[in-house]
Design a protein around this ligand. Structure first.
Ligand SMILES: C[S@@+](CC[C@H](N)C(=O)[O-])C[C@H]1O[C@@H](n2cnc3c(N)ncnc32)[C@H](O)[C@@H]1O
Length: 201
């Protein structure tokens, strides 16, 4: 059973606004429309991708996320859901890979292999849209509540993030530093790198 904080997070993000990066990414996909949503949570990105006529493969480690999405998309045969982790998921071939606020929680020791799988799943000219946690985020420090949220945290510097994209053309790179409160009401300092990039042929 997920924590009450995770349940609250899913509840608060069911209909969250689509991020501009994902809108840009969708416009950069040139032919077949097949997407993978990694760590799909409550399914808001799945919903947007379906509105743009993508076939969507989506996975999440949380049973609650997958059961929520199964209910939400129960009549939609073009949403293919799996309960899996970044490491265990069998990545199909795709023209778009989305990983919004999810690779933050990939165990460090798995990330090299996971990143290779993500890159290999993209067809030539395929597009990646996702975000990475920076060192100044609250989650990178001692105040992050690992009992309530996902315990593994992957922190990358700007240089490390950019290095991941040596075989891609970066279309958008932005660093976000904001302060606010989590859906649970806790103060939070966000430090996030968002990237949209096209895989080289
Ligand atoms: C902050 S939420 C983001 C959810 C969604 N992408 C969004 O933007 O609304 C992080 C998601 O990553 C999932 N997650 C955490 N660790 C994971 C792992 N090792 N493998 C796959 N998904 C994971 C969580 O269950 C959660 O749904």
């Amino acid at each position: 059973m997920p924590s009450k904080e995770i349940l609250k997070y899913f509840d608060a993000t069911v209909d969250r606004k689509t991020r501009d990066d994902l809108k840009l990414a969708v416009n950069l996909v040139d032919d077949i429309k097949v997407a993978i949503d990694c760590g799909c949570g409550a399914g808001s990105d799945i919903s947007f991708l379906r509105s743009q006529d993508f076939i969507v493969h989506a996975f999440d480690i949380e049973a609650e996320s997958i059961s929520l999405c199964r209910k939400r998309f129960e009549d939609d045969r073009d949403v293919l859901l799996s309960q899996a982790s970044f490491k265990t998921y069998s990545y199909p071939s795709a023209s778009l890979v989305v990983a919004d606020a999810s690779l933050f929680f990939c165990p460090k020791e798995d990330f090299g292999e996971v990143w290779r799988k993500i890159t290999n799943s993209l067809i030539p000219n395929g597009v990646f849209s996702g975000s990475f946690l920076g060192p100044e985020d609250t989650m990178a420090g001692p105040d992050y509540n690992k009992e309530s949220y996902w315990p593994d945290v992957l922190v990358l510097t700007e240089e490390q993030v950019k290095k991941l994209f040596s075989n891609y053309k970066i279309e958008s790179f932005s660093e976000h530093r904001t302060s606010g409160k989590t859906p649970d009401g806790e103060p939070h300092q966000w430090h996030i790198f968002s990237v949209v990039a096209k895989k080289a042929i």
